[in-house]
Design a protein around this ligand. Structure first.
Ligand code: TRP
Length: 405
């Protein structure tokens, strides 16, 4: 196994009564002061993304890196340098990401991995596979199989609306496509014991056996031979996986298994979580109303939610705020702006104005609404243009183009 807290790092004793952070692919619980990402890097045994790696990425792609790399939203990786080596040597690689379709509408946080994956697809000009894990959501949630499958189709429209290139992108529902991956799935399953799966994912004896089998299904798309029509049944093409850090346990397992079945280990690039409107301690949840801006929200809903729910780092009174200034480190409007306001000089100006007290809470909230509204409206316009025909194109197993830009 690659290093984990369980094997390598002595547990740090926590103060009495303190809430410990606990992050699994299905649950994100933070400590008192939000998520400690450095601790997560240590626990999971991944590597922080540093300035040198970003510069190398710019050299290799010949393009500026995405602001989310510069601003540390994507902050950690496994073996990203091997991907850059491959790109430099003009060797092929592909991207793999996914989504568990558990809700009708996607919120802003859901869009982040896909928007970032689109940047990677454009910057490196490589094929992309997107796994829709309707099977996973059926096994974990109170959802019928038919409903999970239907949600795949709804969510796929949102994903396509991000702007992926249909000549280079294959999207699949596990329920439909799993047979093609099955040879790799059973190879993976044979390499992982029940006690390993329990240790990695925290399953207990009362979890259903589908859960125990599922990690191999999420691992399989990391191996190119799971896609015979794209890469060929005997291929071994390198893979890079953009994902939120909570998905890392799957790929730690995958990297452990890979050499034992003759495949290259996938590389991974991790994002932090996007905070809920109520504050930086949680990630947005599609099931908590008012915790998220949805991609289906109307402009007045965005305005109302930001005004009503967005946790403020502003002071009690205007007088006090003018004197002490707002606290950008906890202010949700500022946190959201630091992700979605791509104009560096505007963001810096807002930071200065707000933290000096010249800008008030109502004003920074207005800045946020002005940034988010066009993004959400543009998404709605793009989604409307995604016809059933377009969906079918992306979901059809077929050859994909490599580097024709
Ligand atoms: N398990 C993920 C979710 O619930 C979906 C997923 C499958 C995924 N494969 C992936 C996410 C690869 C990132 C990368 O959303």
């Amino acid at each position: 196994m690659e290093s984990t807290a369980a094997t390598n790092v002595a547990p740090v004793p926590e103060a009495e009564g303190k809430v410990e952070q606990n992050i699994t692919p299905w649950e994100v619980e933070s400590g008192e002061s939000g998520i400690d990402y450095n601790k997560l890097i240590d626990q999971f045994g991944c590597t922080p993304i540093d300035e040198a790696l970003l510069q190398r990425m710019e050299r290799v792609t010949g393009k500026p890196v995405h602001p989310w790399l510069k601003r540390g939203l994507f902050f950690s990786h496994r073996a990203l340098n091997e991907i850059l080596d491959a790109a430099e040597a003009k060797q092929p690689f592909y991207l793999y990401t996914g989504r568990g379709p558990s809700s009708e509408a996607l919120h802003l946080g859901h869009m982040i991995p896909f928007m970032f994956t689109k940047y990677l697809q454009d910057a490196f000009d490589v094929p992309l596979v997107i796994q829709m894990t309707d099977d996973e959501k059926f096994l974990w949630k109170d959802l019928t199989l038919e409903e999970a499958h239907r949600l795949t189709y709804e969510n796929v429209k949102d994903i396509i609306a991000v702007g992926f290139d249909p000549r280079k992108t294959f999207i699949f529902s596990d329920l439909e496509y799993v047979g093609h991956m099955y040879p790799n799935i059973v190879k993976i399953q044979k390499c992982v014991t029940t006690s390993q799966v329990k240790a990695i994912f925290g399953f207990t004896d009362s979890d259903n056996i589908g859960k125990y089998a599922y990690p191999a299904v999420q691992a399989a798309p990391s191996f190119s031979s799971s896609f015979p029509h794209i890469f060929g049944r005997n291929s071994n093409v390198r893979c890079l996986i953009p994902c939120a850090i909570d998905q890392d346990p799957f790929f730690r397992m995958t990297r452990d298994v890979a050499p034992r079945i003759g495949f290259l280990k996938p590389a991974v690039i991790h994002s932090k979580f996007f905070p809920a409107l109520q504050g930086p301690k949680t990630k947005m949840s599609a099931s908590t109303p008012g915790s998220a801006i949805f991609m289906t929200d109307k402009p007045d809903e965005i305005k109302r939610k930001v005004a009503k729910y967005a946790f403020s780092g502003g002071r009690e009174t205007v007088e006090e705020h003018r004197r002490l200034g707002g606290n950008c480190d906890v202010d949700v409007p500022y946190q959201y702006l630091s992700i979605f306001c791509f104009d560096d000089s505007k963001l810096n100006r807002i930071r200065e104005e707000y933290s000096s007290g010249r800008m008030l809470t109502g004003e920074i909230k207005k800045e946020l609404v002005d940034v988010l509204t066009p993004i959400v409206l543009e998404h709605q316009r793009a989604r409307l243009a995604v016809t059933d025909e377009v969906v079918k194109t992306f979901l059809t197993p077929r050859r994909l183009e490599f580097g024709k830009n």
